[in-house]
Design a protein around this ligand. Structure first.
Ligand code: CA
Length: 587
């Protein structure tokens, strides 16, 4: 928008009339517009790639702090957000559903919004938030009581506020909303409570619901207040009434492929975790037990909310391998338009962008036990003995056979986003090498109560590292290099045309690697664990990099033996902003 105004040589009145804040064009051009970051993912394809090369392999050693901002208060815990930068202001969300506007030049606070959360919210995996979205003069973010809020960019005043779902039933909200053609598109969280995953689209100006799309077969979608189409075919892949509490939470939000005009959302585990209860226990007819569209990626028409295609990564899922991980649209070295996604189940998939069809899959972690590979249709070749046992066959009827499965339920990769370099053609994937003892137990659905039917203990697979950042060639599935880290990685990755890969560790280090070799070129100790998502932009000819530091997230809560390994880490809550001063840029 700034460039547009500067180009106009008309009266100030006309400029005011033309000002529309962040436009659809701004969102579409976010990657190329290096003076602002107005989308989660640094572009709605979620490449997290900047064409900036001012900061590069030679001069990154001169990157220095410009300012730091504390989120303050006693509310710390995990800070998983990605900052946005627009019109001289940085916007960040914080733990406990807070949002801050910060002067991007000085680091001073302009305003803060603190959602008043009710008693009894049920976030499964820490009180985190993963970012906001900007459109027009508003900024949007979701809150832990499953609401979406629109705030005035300049003042932080509430413009509108709406309920996504009932927090008392276990719903919550943590993802960055996605804006496409004037619609605010959101998912939901709560897959461990027997909720039903859904995607909702609202008019960004008014908050009015335009369409809804449930992710579990049998549920009806809506369009303009009327029933539209059923998701899938009732009881095609789910037995009985289990689809009514079938999970498939869309908790990581989605991406947008402008070339095919498609929203891509992932759906989490089917509920409950115990797969033997979902029709996959006995020899079945057809694909009953696959439990669509849980553990799947789904392509959605942004105008109607109708499903265009789906790809299920883990049919009859039974290890909590949520299918939510981000789907990144990119062009491969051969000029083919592809999607890539690194699944919780340990496989890195490449799909066709026209129809979501399977192209290839390769492991991105070392010790996958649950499958022996992926067949030519994209379906896993199950290693049957590695399925947690059926409690109905247990002598006491309570605890099925315990198996050691890898990756652990927190995944070969969890929510933390990977990055794609248009320069190298490789993906930079934050992964973890860990497994778990897992077993099944009987369970019945109860509103607002955990609905798992499983127990588990996570264990490291290696003595010297769990975290593993890998450069992966998507054309071959081969690993180009690996950077090992003691603690599990839980933050996002960013890469730049300057040849750098940025990420942070739970031990507090913010690191820049050489994109070709994985060699560490620069690091800075931020004082608390990094589980946030870095960005970069330029101001007045200087390149800046920001990341939010603040340890937390699912690992310390659910990490079993791994949680013990990281319990010395300090909490925090600080935005760190670095810059390459002009006079040091050529060194
Ligand atoms: Ca899950």
């Amino acid at each position: 928008m700034k460039k547009f105004i500067a180009a106009m040589s008309v009266s100030a009145l006309a400029v005011t009339a033309a000002y529309a804040g962040v436009t659809e064009e701004d969102l579409a051009n976010d990657q190329a517009s290096t003076d602002q970051v107005v989308t989660n993912g640094m572009g709605r394809h979620l490449q997290r790639y900047s064409p900036l090369e001012t900061l590069n392999k030679d001069n990154v050693k001169n990157l220095v702090p410009a300012w730091a901002f504390s989120l303050g208060g006693e509310k710390q815990r995990g800070q998983e957000t990605q900052p946005l930068v627009y019109d001289g202001v940085m916007y960040i969300t914080g733990s406990y559903s807070r949002l801050y506007a910060i002067d991007v030049n000085t680091g001073e606070e302009l305003w803060q919004y603190d959602a008043r959360l009710p008693e009894g919210i049920l976030p499964c995996c820490d009180v985190i938030n993963r970012g906001a979205a900007i459109y027009g003069d508003n900024i949007y973010f979701g809150t832990l009581d499953a609401r979406i809020v629109a705030l005035d960019l300049k003042t932080g005043d509430v413009v509108w506020r709406d309920k996504i779902a009932d927090y008392k039933a276990g719903y919550s909200y943590t993802a960055a909303p996605l804006i496409v053609d004037g619609l605010v598109v959101t998912g939901n969280s709560g897959g461990e409570f027997g909720i039903v995953g859904e995607v909702q689209a609202r008019n960004a100006e008014t908050g009015e619901i335009v369409w809804t799309r449930p992710m579990i077969e049998g549920h009806m979608g809506t369009l303009n207040g009327q029933e539209s189409t059923m998701t899938g075919t009732l009881n095609a892949t789910w037995p009985g009434d289990l689809w009514k509490t079938g999970g498939g939470a869309t908790w990581l939000g989605g991406s947008y492929d402008i070339d095919t005009d498609t929203l891509i959302f992932g759906a989490g585990n089917p509920a409950p975790w115990n797969s033997w209860l979902r029709g996959a226990g006995e020899p079945t007819e057809g694909n009953v037990g696959d439990n669509l569209y849980a553990a799947s990626r789904v392509g959605i028409d942004p105008k109607t909310g109708d499903i265009k295609w789906h790809f299920q990564t883990t049919p009859r899922e039974g290890w909590d391998y949520d299918g939510v991980n981000e789907v990144v649209a990119y062009t491969d070295r051969g000029g083919n338009k592809r999607y890539a996604t690194a699944d919780r189940n340990g496989y890195f998939y490449v799909l066709n962008r026209e129809d979501g069809a399977f192209v290839s899959a390769a492991p991105f972690v070392k010790d996958i036990t649950w499958a022996n590979g992926i067949d030519e249709t994209g379906r896993p070749i199950f290693n049957e003995p590695n399925r947690p046992g059926n409690p109905a066959n247990a002598t006491d009827g309570n605890k099925g056979e315990v198996v050691f499965s890898s990756p652990s339920f927190l995944g070969g990769k969890n929510w933390m986003p990977m990055a794609f370099s248009q320069k190298t053609g490789n993906f930079y994937v934050p992964s973890n090498e860990w497994g778990m003892d897992i077993w099944n137990e009987p369970v019945t659905y109860k509103k607002g109560a955990a609905y798992l039917g499983s127990g588990f203990t996570i264990k490291p697979n290696y003595e010297d590292h769990i975290g593993s950042l890998k450069a992966i060639d998507p054309d071959t599935g081969k690993w180009v290099w690996e950077y090992k880290n003691d603690a599990p990685l839980w933050g996002g990755v960013m890469t730049t045309a300057g040849g750098l890969v940025f990420f942070g560790t739970p031990e507090g280090k913010f690191i820049a690697l050489d994109d070709a070799t994985g060699e560490e070129l620069w690091s800075f100790q931020t004082g608390s664990g990094i589980v946030g998502q870095p960005i970069t932009w330029e101001m007045e000819g200087e390149q800046y990099v920001s990341v939010v530091s603040g340890w937390g997230g699912a690992v310390p809560l659910w990490g079993g033996e791994v949680a013990k390994k990281v319990n010395y880490l300090n909490q925090g809550g600080t935005v760190w902003t670095f810059k390459l001063p002009k006079q040091l840029a050529s060194n």
